[in-house]
Write a protein that binds this ligand. Sequence first.
Ligand code: ADP
Length: 466
Amino acid sequence: RRKWRGVVEILKELEEACDTPVGRLRQVVDAVAVEMHAGLASEGGSKLKMLLTFVHHLPIGTEKGTYYALHLGGTYFRILRVLLGGERSYLDVQDVERHPIPSHLMNSTSEVLFNFLAFSLERFIEKEGNGSSSSQRELAFTFSFPVKHSSISSGALIKWTKGFEISEMVGKDVAECLQGALNRRSLDMHVAALVNDTVGALSLGYYHDPDTVVAVVFGTGSNACYLERTDAIIKSQGLLTTSGSMVVNMEWGNFWSSHLPRTSYDIDLDAESSNPNDMGFEKMIGGLYLGDIVRRVILRMSQVSDIFGTTLSMLSEPYVLRTNSVSAMHEDDTPELQEVARILKDLGVSDVPLKVRKLVVKICDVVTRRAGRLAAAGIAGILKKIGRDGSGGITSVRSRSETQMQKRTVVAVEGGLYMNYTMFREYMEEALVEILGEEVSQYVVVKAMEDGSSIGSALLVASLQS
Ligand code: ADP
Protein backbone atom coordinates (compact mmCIF):
# COMPACT_ATOMS: atom_id res chain seq x y z
CA ARG A 1 0.00 0.00 0.00
CA ARG A 2 2.54 2.55 -1.00
CA LYS A 3 0.21 4.71 -3.06
CA TRP A 4 3.04 6.72 -4.54
CA ARG A 5 0.62 8.21 -7.03
CA GLY A 6 -1.38 9.98 -4.33
CA VAL A 7 1.83 11.45 -2.98
CA VAL A 8 2.90 12.72 -6.37
CA GLU A 9 -0.53 14.28 -6.74
CA ILE A 10 -0.11 16.15 -3.44
CA LEU A 11 3.31 17.42 -4.48
CA LYS A 12 1.95 18.58 -7.82
CA GLU A 13 -0.90 20.43 -6.15
CA LEU A 14 1.52 22.05 -3.75
CA GLU A 15 3.78 23.22 -6.54
CA GLU A 16 0.89 24.69 -8.45
CA ALA A 17 -0.57 26.43 -5.42
CA CYS A 18 2.82 27.90 -4.46
CA ASP A 19 3.67 29.04 -7.94
CA THR A 20 5.07 32.58 -8.10
CA PRO A 21 5.75 33.55 -11.71
CA VAL A 22 7.08 37.08 -12.05
CA GLY A 23 3.71 38.36 -13.30
CA ARG A 24 2.09 37.29 -10.07
CA LEU A 25 4.91 38.78 -8.02
CA ARG A 26 4.36 42.09 -9.81
CA GLN A 27 0.73 42.00 -8.75
CA VAL A 28 1.91 41.54 -5.16
CA VAL A 29 4.34 44.44 -5.61
CA ASP A 30 1.51 46.70 -6.76
CA ALA A 31 -0.72 45.56 -3.91
CA VAL A 32 2.00 46.33 -1.36
CA ALA A 33 2.45 49.86 -2.76
CA VAL A 34 -1.33 50.45 -2.83
CA GLU A 35 -1.76 49.22 0.75
CA MET A 36 1.12 51.42 1.89
CA HIS A 37 -0.65 54.46 0.49
CA ALA A 38 -3.91 53.40 2.13
CA GLY A 39 -2.25 52.80 5.50
CA LEU A 40 -0.64 56.24 5.38
CA ALA A 41 -3.86 57.94 4.33
CA SER A 42 -6.00 57.02 7.32
CA GLU A 43 -5.86 55.15 10.61
CA GLY A 44 -7.16 51.63 9.92
CA GLY A 45 -7.15 52.36 6.18
CA SER A 46 -5.24 49.19 5.40
CA LYS A 47 -4.10 45.92 6.90
CA LEU A 48 -0.70 47.60 6.80
CA LYS A 49 -0.68 49.70 9.95
CA MET A 50 2.17 51.96 8.78
CA LEU A 51 3.02 52.93 12.34
CA LEU A 52 4.75 56.16 13.30
CA THR A 53 8.05 55.62 15.10
CA PHE A 54 8.92 59.23 15.98
CA VAL A 55 12.37 58.52 14.60
CA HIS A 56 13.26 61.41 12.31
CA HIS A 57 17.00 61.40 12.62
CA LEU A 58 19.13 58.33 12.13
CA PRO A 59 22.64 57.91 13.53
CA ILE A 60 25.28 59.50 11.32
CA GLY A 61 28.55 58.16 12.66
CA THR A 62 29.74 60.89 15.03
CA GLU A 63 27.98 59.50 18.12
CA LYS A 64 30.02 58.91 21.25
CA GLY A 65 29.67 56.99 24.49
CA THR A 66 28.59 53.66 25.91
CA TYR A 67 25.08 52.40 25.25
CA TYR A 68 23.06 49.28 25.91
CA ALA A 69 20.38 47.43 24.00
CA LEU A 70 17.92 44.79 25.11
CA HIS A 71 16.14 43.06 22.26
CA LEU A 72 13.05 40.95 22.75
CA GLY A 73 12.57 39.06 19.48
CA GLY A 74 10.22 36.18 18.81
CA THR A 75 12.58 33.35 19.73
CA TYR A 76 15.62 35.03 21.28
CA PHE A 77 16.39 37.90 23.54
CA ARG A 78 19.70 39.69 23.27
CA ILE A 79 21.59 42.11 25.42
CA LEU A 80 24.58 44.06 24.25
CA ARG A 81 26.83 46.99 25.01
CA VAL A 82 28.45 49.20 22.41
CA LEU A 83 31.18 51.74 22.76
CA LEU A 84 31.22 54.57 20.24
CA GLY A 85 34.30 56.65 19.68
CA GLY A 86 32.84 59.40 17.51
CA GLU A 87 33.77 57.92 14.15
CA ARG A 88 32.23 55.04 12.20
CA SER A 89 35.36 52.98 12.54
CA TYR A 90 35.15 53.28 16.35
CA LEU A 91 32.06 51.16 16.77
CA ASP A 92 32.97 48.52 19.30
CA VAL A 93 30.39 45.88 20.22
CA GLN A 94 31.84 44.95 23.57
CA ASP A 95 29.59 42.22 24.84
CA VAL A 96 26.71 40.35 23.27
CA GLU A 97 24.50 37.81 24.96
CA ARG A 98 21.90 35.83 23.10
CA HIS A 99 19.49 33.46 24.83
CA PRO A 100 16.34 31.63 23.78
CA ILE A 101 13.26 33.17 25.40
CA PRO A 102 12.07 30.60 27.94
CA SER A 103 8.82 29.36 26.39
CA HIS A 104 6.78 29.63 29.60
CA LEU A 105 7.29 33.40 29.51
CA MET A 106 5.36 33.69 26.25
CA ASN A 107 2.07 33.04 28.02
CA SER A 108 2.90 34.21 31.52
CA THR A 109 2.13 37.73 32.78
CA SER A 110 3.73 41.05 31.91
CA GLU A 111 5.18 41.21 35.40
CA VAL A 112 6.87 37.83 35.09
CA LEU A 113 8.18 38.69 31.62
CA PHE A 114 9.60 42.08 32.57
CA ASN A 115 11.04 40.88 35.87
CA PHE A 116 12.87 38.24 33.91
CA LEU A 117 14.24 40.81 31.44
CA ALA A 118 15.34 43.12 34.26
CA PHE A 119 17.01 40.22 36.02
CA SER A 120 18.88 39.32 32.84
CA LEU A 121 20.03 42.92 32.44
CA GLU A 122 21.21 42.99 36.03
CA ARG A 123 23.36 39.91 35.49
CA PHE A 124 24.74 41.38 32.29
CA ILE A 125 25.80 44.54 34.10
CA GLU A 126 27.29 42.61 37.01
CA LYS A 127 29.79 41.11 34.58
CA GLU A 128 31.19 44.58 33.97
CA GLY A 129 32.60 44.65 37.47
CA ASN A 130 33.02 47.75 39.60
CA GLY A 131 33.66 51.22 38.40
CA SER A 132 32.76 50.72 34.75
CA SER A 133 29.96 53.23 34.98
CA SER A 134 29.52 56.22 37.20
CA SER A 135 26.51 57.69 35.44
CA GLN A 136 23.16 56.24 34.53
CA ARG A 137 23.21 53.70 31.74
CA GLU A 138 21.21 54.53 28.63
CA LEU A 139 19.27 51.60 27.23
CA ALA A 140 17.50 50.95 23.94
CA PHE A 141 14.60 48.53 24.20
CA THR A 142 14.30 46.76 20.88
CA PHE A 143 10.85 45.26 20.81
CA SER A 144 9.77 43.18 17.81
CA PHE A 145 6.01 43.54 18.17
CA PRO A 146 3.53 46.19 16.98
CA VAL A 147 3.46 49.29 19.15
CA LYS A 148 1.49 52.52 18.91
CA HIS A 149 4.09 55.09 19.80
CA SER A 150 3.36 58.36 21.55
CA SER A 151 7.02 59.37 21.47
CA ILE A 152 10.30 57.69 20.59
CA SER A 153 10.53 56.32 24.13
CA SER A 154 6.94 55.30 24.80
CA GLY A 155 4.26 53.27 23.14
CA ALA A 156 1.44 50.85 23.81
CA LEU A 157 1.43 47.23 22.67
CA ILE A 158 -1.17 46.84 19.91
CA LYS A 159 -1.19 43.03 19.86
CA TRP A 160 1.09 40.09 20.30
CA THR A 161 2.35 38.02 17.36
CA LYS A 162 4.66 35.02 16.87
CA GLY A 163 3.01 32.86 19.52
CA PHE A 164 3.15 35.31 22.45
CA GLU A 165 -0.10 35.41 24.44
CA ILE A 166 0.00 37.75 27.42
CA SER A 167 -3.36 39.42 26.87
CA GLU A 168 -3.27 41.71 29.89
CA MET A 169 -0.23 43.41 28.36
CA VAL A 170 -2.09 44.68 25.29
CA GLY A 171 -2.55 48.47 25.52
CA LYS A 172 0.14 48.89 28.16
CA ASP A 173 3.19 51.08 27.66
CA VAL A 174 6.00 48.71 26.86
CA ALA A 175 8.86 51.02 27.84
CA GLU A 176 7.17 51.88 31.11
CA CYS A 177 6.80 48.18 31.95
CA LEU A 178 10.52 47.65 31.45
CA GLN A 179 11.50 50.83 33.32
CA GLY A 180 9.26 49.76 36.22
CA ALA A 181 10.93 46.35 36.41
CA LEU A 182 14.39 47.98 36.28
CA ASN A 183 13.41 50.37 39.08
CA ARG A 184 12.12 47.49 41.21
CA ARG A 185 15.56 45.96 41.00
CA SER A 186 17.17 49.36 41.66
CA LEU A 187 19.07 49.19 38.40
CA ASP A 188 20.38 52.56 37.37
CA MET A 189 19.29 52.24 33.76
CA HIS A 190 17.12 54.49 31.66
CA VAL A 191 14.94 53.20 28.83
CA ALA A 192 15.81 55.98 26.39
CA ALA A 193 14.08 54.57 23.32
CA LEU A 194 11.57 51.92 22.37
CA VAL A 195 12.65 50.66 18.98
CA ASN A 196 11.13 48.22 16.56
CA ASP A 197 13.74 45.69 15.40
CA THR A 198 13.43 46.83 11.79
CA VAL A 199 14.13 50.41 12.88
CA GLY A 200 17.24 49.18 14.68
CA ALA A 201 18.43 47.49 11.49
CA LEU A 202 17.73 50.67 9.50
CA SER A 203 19.73 52.69 12.03
CA LEU A 204 22.79 50.49 11.72
CA GLY A 205 22.44 50.48 7.95
CA TYR A 206 22.20 54.26 7.81
CA TYR A 207 25.09 54.72 10.24
CA HIS A 208 27.35 52.92 7.79
CA ASP A 209 25.73 54.09 4.58
CA PRO A 210 23.29 57.02 4.28
CA ASP A 211 21.75 55.56 1.13
CA THR A 212 20.01 53.06 3.42
CA VAL A 213 16.31 53.90 3.42
CA VAL A 214 14.62 50.52 3.86
CA ALA A 215 15.16 47.75 6.41
CA VAL A 216 13.63 44.30 6.53
CA VAL A 217 13.80 41.55 9.14
CA PHE A 218 13.37 37.87 8.35
CA GLY A 219 13.54 36.02 11.65
CA THR A 220 10.87 34.23 13.62
CA GLY A 221 8.46 36.66 11.98
CA SER A 222 8.95 39.29 9.32
CA ASN A 223 8.58 43.05 9.12
CA ALA A 224 9.89 46.13 7.31
CA CYS A 225 10.35 49.84 7.84
CA TYR A 226 11.48 52.70 5.64
CA LEU A 227 12.14 56.40 5.63
CA GLU A 228 9.04 58.34 4.53
CA ARG A 229 8.45 62.01 3.80
CA THR A 230 6.40 63.54 6.60
CA ASP A 231 3.99 65.15 4.16
CA ALA A 232 3.17 61.72 2.73
CA ILE A 233 1.95 60.55 6.15
CA ILE A 234 -1.45 62.04 5.53
CA LYS A 235 -3.15 60.44 8.52
CA SER A 236 -1.05 62.57 10.89
CA GLN A 237 -1.53 65.98 9.44
CA GLY A 238 0.44 68.64 11.20
CA LEU A 239 3.17 66.23 12.10
CA LEU A 240 6.33 68.22 11.91
CA THR A 241 9.87 66.96 11.98
CA THR A 242 13.01 68.95 11.53
CA SER A 243 14.25 66.50 8.93
CA GLY A 244 10.98 66.43 6.98
CA SER A 245 10.89 62.67 7.22
CA MET A 246 10.07 59.89 9.63
CA VAL A 247 10.74 56.18 9.78
CA VAL A 248 7.49 54.26 9.31
CA ASN A 249 7.14 50.78 10.75
CA MET A 250 5.00 48.98 8.19
CA GLU A 251 4.13 45.89 10.23
CA TRP A 252 4.12 44.13 6.88
CA GLY A 253 3.55 40.74 8.48
CA ASN A 254 -0.11 41.64 8.40
CA PHE A 255 -0.11 42.43 4.67
CA TRP A 256 -2.72 40.59 2.68
CA SER A 257 -3.70 40.42 -0.96
CA SER A 258 -5.77 38.01 -3.02
CA HIS A 259 -2.72 37.71 -5.27
CA LEU A 260 -0.76 35.85 -2.59
CA PRO A 261 -0.51 32.17 -3.51
CA ARG A 262 -2.30 30.50 -0.61
CA THR A 263 -2.58 26.75 -0.03
CA SER A 264 -4.86 24.62 2.14
CA TYR A 265 -1.86 24.19 4.47
CA ASP A 266 -1.68 27.94 5.02
CA ILE A 267 -5.39 28.05 5.77
CA ASP A 268 -5.14 25.26 8.34
CA LEU A 269 -2.00 26.71 9.92
CA ASP A 270 -3.73 30.05 10.32
CA ALA A 271 -6.91 28.55 11.75
CA GLU A 272 -4.99 26.58 14.36
CA SER A 273 -2.60 29.40 15.30
CA SER A 274 -2.81 31.62 18.38
CA ASN A 275 -3.73 34.58 16.14
CA PRO A 276 -6.11 33.35 13.41
CA ASN A 277 -7.02 35.73 10.57
CA ASP A 278 -4.00 37.80 11.41
CA MET A 279 -0.45 38.21 10.06
CA GLY A 280 -1.18 36.42 6.79
CA PHE A 281 2.04 37.49 5.03
CA GLU A 282 4.18 36.63 8.06
CA LYS A 283 2.67 33.15 8.11
CA MET A 284 3.98 32.58 4.56
CA ILE A 285 7.49 33.92 5.07
CA GLY A 286 8.32 33.88 8.79
CA GLY A 287 10.79 31.41 10.25
CA LEU A 288 8.29 30.31 12.87
CA TYR A 289 5.94 29.07 10.17
CA LEU A 290 7.96 27.63 7.26
CA GLY A 291 8.75 24.46 9.18
CA ASP A 292 5.14 23.96 10.08
CA ILE A 293 3.97 24.34 6.48
CA VAL A 294 6.46 21.66 5.45
CA ARG A 295 5.30 19.44 8.33
CA ARG A 296 1.70 19.76 7.22
CA VAL A 297 2.54 18.67 3.68
CA ILE A 298 4.49 15.65 4.91
CA LEU A 299 1.68 14.77 7.31
CA ARG A 300 -0.85 14.91 4.49
CA MET A 301 1.31 12.59 2.39
CA SER A 302 1.69 10.18 5.28
CA GLN A 303 -2.09 10.01 5.52
CA VAL A 304 -2.61 8.86 1.94
CA SER A 305 0.32 6.44 1.78
CA ASP A 306 2.75 4.52 3.91
CA ILE A 307 5.91 6.02 2.41
CA PHE A 308 6.64 7.59 5.78
CA GLY A 309 6.08 4.26 7.56
CA THR A 310 3.05 3.02 9.39
CA THR A 311 4.10 3.59 12.96
CA LEU A 312 2.92 6.59 14.90
CA SER A 313 5.21 9.57 14.29
CA MET A 314 5.38 13.02 15.80
CA LEU A 315 4.27 14.56 12.52
CA SER A 316 0.86 15.54 13.83
CA GLU A 317 2.37 17.70 16.56
CA PRO A 318 2.29 21.38 15.61
CA TYR A 319 5.66 23.11 15.19
CA VAL A 320 7.77 19.97 15.88
CA LEU A 321 9.54 20.56 12.61
CA ARG A 322 11.56 23.74 13.03
CA THR A 323 12.70 25.90 10.14
CA ASN A 324 16.31 25.24 11.16
CA SER A 325 15.65 21.60 10.29
CA VAL A 326 14.02 22.60 7.01
CA SER A 327 17.16 24.46 5.94
CA ALA A 328 19.36 21.59 7.13
CA MET A 329 17.37 19.16 4.99
CA HIS A 330 17.11 21.53 2.04
CA GLU A 331 20.86 22.14 2.03
CA ASP A 332 21.84 18.54 2.80
CA ASP A 333 24.66 17.80 0.37
CA THR A 334 25.48 14.28 1.48
CA PRO A 335 24.98 11.78 -1.37
CA GLU A 336 22.44 9.69 0.52
CA LEU A 337 20.73 12.67 2.16
CA GLN A 338 21.75 11.45 5.60
CA GLU A 339 20.79 14.72 7.28
CA VAL A 340 17.26 14.36 5.94
CA ALA A 341 17.14 10.79 7.25
CA ARG A 342 18.39 11.89 10.66
CA ILE A 343 15.86 14.71 11.03
CA LEU A 344 12.99 12.48 9.92
CA LYS A 345 14.14 9.84 12.38
CA ASP A 346 14.02 12.43 15.17
CA LEU A 347 10.39 12.94 14.20
CA GLY A 348 9.75 9.22 14.58
CA VAL A 349 9.95 8.42 10.86
CA SER A 350 12.72 5.87 10.30
CA ASP A 351 14.09 4.04 7.30
CA VAL A 352 12.75 6.25 4.56
CA PRO A 353 14.18 5.33 1.16
CA LEU A 354 16.26 7.83 -0.81
CA LYS A 355 13.39 8.55 -3.17
CA VAL A 356 11.26 9.74 -0.25
CA ARG A 357 14.11 11.80 1.21
CA LYS A 358 14.38 13.57 -2.12
CA LEU A 359 10.68 14.23 -2.00
CA VAL A 360 11.07 15.89 1.40
CA VAL A 361 13.84 18.12 0.05
CA LYS A 362 11.53 19.08 -2.80
CA ILE A 363 8.80 20.11 -0.35
CA CYS A 364 11.29 22.29 1.57
CA ASP A 365 12.32 23.84 -1.72
CA VAL A 366 8.78 24.67 -2.83
CA VAL A 367 7.83 26.25 0.50
CA THR A 368 11.05 28.24 0.89
CA ARG A 369 11.13 29.35 -2.73
CA ARG A 370 7.66 30.80 -2.37
CA ALA A 371 8.71 32.56 0.83
CA GLY A 372 11.87 34.04 -0.68
CA ARG A 373 10.07 35.25 -3.78
CA LEU A 374 7.21 36.81 -1.83
CA ALA A 375 9.74 38.51 0.42
CA ALA A 376 11.32 40.02 -2.70
CA ALA A 377 7.93 41.23 -3.89
CA GLY A 378 7.46 42.94 -0.51
CA ILE A 379 10.76 44.78 -0.86
CA ALA A 380 10.01 45.77 -4.45
CA GLY A 381 6.63 47.09 -3.23
CA ILE A 382 8.38 49.48 -0.86
CA LEU A 383 10.79 50.55 -3.59
CA LYS A 384 7.82 51.23 -5.82
CA LYS A 385 6.12 53.35 -3.15
CA ILE A 386 9.21 55.53 -2.72
CA GLY A 387 9.95 55.72 -6.42
CA ARG A 388 13.09 53.63 -6.38
CA ASP A 389 11.85 50.77 -8.53
CA GLY A 390 12.63 52.46 -11.82
CA SER A 391 8.95 52.73 -12.77
CA GLY A 392 9.30 56.49 -13.02
CA GLY A 393 11.68 55.74 -15.85
CA ILE A 394 15.34 55.26 -15.21
CA THR A 395 18.14 57.17 -16.66
CA SER A 396 21.51 55.63 -16.55
CA VAL A 397 24.57 57.22 -14.98
CA ARG A 398 25.76 58.04 -18.44
CA SER A 399 23.32 60.95 -18.71
CA ARG A 400 23.56 62.58 -15.33
CA SER A 401 21.94 65.79 -16.47
CA GLU A 402 18.53 64.11 -16.61
CA THR A 403 16.32 64.76 -13.60
CA GLN A 404 15.01 61.21 -13.34
CA MET A 405 18.34 59.72 -12.43
CA GLN A 406 17.99 56.55 -10.45
CA LYS A 407 19.37 56.86 -6.94
CA ARG A 408 21.34 54.17 -5.24
CA THR A 409 19.13 52.49 -2.65
CA VAL A 410 20.39 50.29 0.15
CA VAL A 411 18.07 47.79 1.82
CA ALA A 412 19.35 46.64 5.20
CA VAL A 413 18.34 43.07 5.95
CA GLU A 414 18.62 41.11 9.14
CA GLY A 415 17.16 38.13 11.01
CA GLY A 416 18.02 34.51 11.65
CA LEU A 417 16.15 33.18 8.64
CA TYR A 418 17.94 35.46 6.20
CA MET A 419 21.35 35.08 7.84
CA ASN A 420 21.33 31.30 8.12
CA TYR A 421 19.16 29.94 5.34
CA THR A 422 21.18 30.37 2.15
CA MET A 423 18.49 29.07 -0.18
CA PHE A 424 15.93 31.50 1.19
CA ARG A 425 18.35 34.34 0.67
CA GLU A 426 19.20 33.26 -2.85
CA TYR A 427 15.59 32.85 -3.91
CA MET A 428 14.84 36.29 -2.52
CA GLU A 429 17.72 38.00 -4.27
CA GLU A 430 17.05 36.20 -7.55
CA ALA A 431 13.39 37.23 -7.52
CA LEU A 432 14.27 40.84 -6.72
CA VAL A 433 16.37 41.02 -9.88
CA GLU A 434 13.58 39.34 -11.85
CA ILE A 435 11.03 41.88 -10.64
CA LEU A 436 13.17 45.01 -10.97
CA GLY A 437 15.07 44.01 -14.09
CA GLU A 438 18.83 43.89 -14.47
CA GLU A 439 19.29 47.60 -14.95
CA VAL A 440 17.35 48.93 -11.96
CA SER A 441 18.77 46.13 -9.79
CA GLN A 442 22.21 47.64 -10.17
CA TYR A 443 21.07 50.55 -8.04
CA VAL A 444 19.51 48.42 -5.33
CA VAL A 445 21.93 47.01 -2.80
CA VAL A 446 20.78 44.42 -0.27
CA LYS A 447 23.06 44.50 2.76
CA ALA A 448 23.09 41.98 5.60
CA MET A 449 23.22 43.53 9.08
CA GLU A 450 24.18 40.92 11.62
CA ASP A 451 22.73 41.85 15.03
CA GLY A 452 21.66 45.07 13.31
CA SER A 453 18.41 45.35 15.26
CA SER A 454 20.14 45.57 18.62
CA ILE A 455 23.31 47.41 17.63
CA GLY A 456 21.34 49.89 15.56
CA SER A 457 18.91 50.58 18.42
CA ALA A 458 21.84 51.41 20.69
CA LEU A 459 23.16 53.75 17.99
CA LEU A 460 19.77 55.41 17.80
CA VAL A 461 19.84 56.10 21.53
CA ALA A 462 23.32 57.51 21.10
CA SER A 463 22.11 59.83 18.36
CA LEU A 464 19.38 61.15 20.67
CA GLN A 465 21.97 62.16 23.22
CA SER A 466 24.20 64.06 20.86
P1 ADP B 1 14.22 36.66 16.65
O1 ADP B 1 13.19 36.37 15.63
O2 ADP B 1 13.94 36.05 17.98
O3 ADP B 1 14.57 38.11 16.72
P2 ADP B 1 16.32 35.78 14.86
O4 ADP B 1 16.22 36.98 14.01
O5 ADP B 1 17.66 35.27 15.19
O6 ADP B 1 15.55 35.94 16.24
O7 ADP B 1 15.51 34.66 14.12
C1 ADP B 1 15.40 33.39 14.68
C2 ADP B 1 14.62 32.55 13.69
O8 ADP B 1 15.36 32.43 12.48
C3 ADP B 1 14.41 31.14 14.18
O9 ADP B 1 13.24 31.04 14.94
C4 ADP B 1 14.28 30.38 12.87
O10 ADP B 1 12.96 30.44 12.42
C5 ADP B 1 15.15 31.17 11.91
N1 ADP B 1 16.45 30.49 11.77
C6 ADP B 1 17.51 30.56 12.60
N2 ADP B 1 18.50 29.76 12.16
C7 ADP B 1 18.05 29.17 11.03
C8 ADP B 1 18.58 28.23 10.12
N3 ADP B 1 19.80 27.70 10.26
N4 ADP B 1 17.81 27.87 9.08
C9 ADP B 1 16.59 28.38 8.92
N5 ADP B 1 16.02 29.24 9.75
C10 ADP B 1 16.74 29.65 10.80
